[in-house]
Design a protein around this ligand. Structure first.
Ligand code: NAP
Length: 356
């Protein structure tokens, strides 16, 4: 057994000298270094922006989407969508633990990885035969490798696995919202763009939980508006196309009496939401770009071009305590749980009844 680097650089095939996330190709060899962990893969959760891009590119043809995912994993040794640059995460069972692994995992633990698939060495062995290519959650067999600096959570026993996976995939969002609100102090107004989605609804729940003065949810259509009303965490609900900046600004302004939000969280899984978010945010406010479809030049140059004095945060998927906080929000809120169940697909069977 060889000595690994905690950041996994021994797994980089090309280009030499990059870290695994930036690499074109990783080596998913199942033999682990002394600080690595090998996980038997059971289910992938594709990042929403990645799945949307693949589905759109292939006209919703599930077989073509499945072939595209297999091709990416085969070519790159990881599920790293070259167009969106995003990945997702996975659940599986720990198969082997190197003697120097600091992750505290044991063989047989059922875990979710909390580091992106864009840096996780991965091999698929079943051709994704149990997946129809039409949902973000992908039943899969194969193995993945975790490094010394990876993060993983042992799955809670009181949530179906597919639900826990969906929550953990976006668990950085509510933790970041809570952190931003704590830093700003009481009295902040929070607008969530894409509020009926997974990260959006969790962000709204976190804003409520952290004592935001007022919350606004922007959603795509009346169906999502009804879902948000049922959730009960948005004081204001507006329907608009998040990629139409003038419409977003007009509707948010009307709802917030022209003041703009103190904190805006972008949770839409499609590109083009930067300028609407900037216009919706008050001077001195903060924008959290959680979405992986965010363009850094569009955000930075857009804010400059609008002379907008806003702080802009990239939604780092890791905030200490993020997994426990997101799971607690869902476990303590039946309506949030219901919204998640609706999104991850009623056709998905709870993991307890699945064959793996
Ligand atoms: P999601 O559950 O699919 O939610 C996205 C929401 O945005 C959906 O309700 C969607 O509506 C809505 N939407 C799409 N286009 C819209 C438009 N033009 N106007 C208004 N609403 C629109 O996605 P998610 O899992 O929360 O992920 C959201 C984003 O977070 C993705 O870009 C994902 O890549 C990113 N992400 C980031 C991290 C990180 O670490 N920063 C981690 C995981 C995910 P429909 O359902 O009707 O399309």
């Amino acid at each position: 057994m060889s000595k690994g680097s905690p950041v996994g650089s021994q797994r980089v095939v090309s280009p030499a000298g990059t870290l695994p996330q930036a690499a074109d190709r990783l080596d998913p060899n199942p033999e682990i270094a002394d600080d690595e962990v090998r996980v038997g893969v059971e289910r992938l959760n594709l990042d929403a922006a990645s799945f949307r891009q693949l589905s759109t590119a292939h006209g919703g043809d599930g077989a073509a989407v499945r072939a595209a995912v297999l091709d990416i994993v085969e070519r790159r040794g990881k599920m790293h969508n070259p167009v969106t640059g995003s990945g997702g995460m996975l659940i599986g069972t720990v198969e082997a633990v190197g003697p120097d692994s600091p992750l505290g995992l044991a063989v047989g633990d059922k875990i979710a990885t909390l580091v992106s698939l864009t840096l996780t060495p991965l091999t698929i062995t079943d051709g994704l035969a149990r997946w129809d290519g039409r949902s973000e959650q992908v039943p899969a067999a194969g193995h993945a490798i975790l490094f010394g600096r990876s993060i993983a959570a042992v799955l809670p026993s009181d949530l179906p696995e597919h639900l826990a996976l969906a929550v953990l995939d976006v668990c950085g969002a509510p933790a970041l919202v809570r952190r931003v609100l704590h830093r700003r102090g009481p009295g902040a107004t929070v607008a969530v763009i894409g509020a009926a989605g997974k990260s959006g609804s969790l962000s709204l729940a976190a804003a409520r939980d952290t004592g935001a003065k007022a919350t606004l949810g922007l959603v795509r259509d009346e169906i999502e508006a009804a879902q948000l009303r049922r959730l009960g965490h948005a004081d204001h609900i507006v329907v608009a196309d998040a990629t139409d900046p003038l419409a977003v600004a007009r509707k948010v302004d009307a709802a917030l009496d022209g003041r703009g939000a103190d904190v805006t969280v972008v949770c839409v899984d499609a590109p083009g939401c930067e300028h609407g978010a900037i216009l919706a945010t008050a001077d001195g406010g903060t924008i959290v770009f959680f979405s992986m479809a965010t363009s850094f030049p569009a955000a930075a140059l857009g804010a400059e071009g609008l002379a907008a004095d806003v702080e802009m945060l990239i939604g780092n998927g890791y905030v200490p305590g993020h997994a426990a906080y997101a799971l607690a929000l869902v476990q303590g809120d039946p309506r949030l749980k219901e919204l998640f169940i609706g999104r991850v697909g009623a056709h998905e069977q709870p993991a307890e009844t699945e064959e793996h």
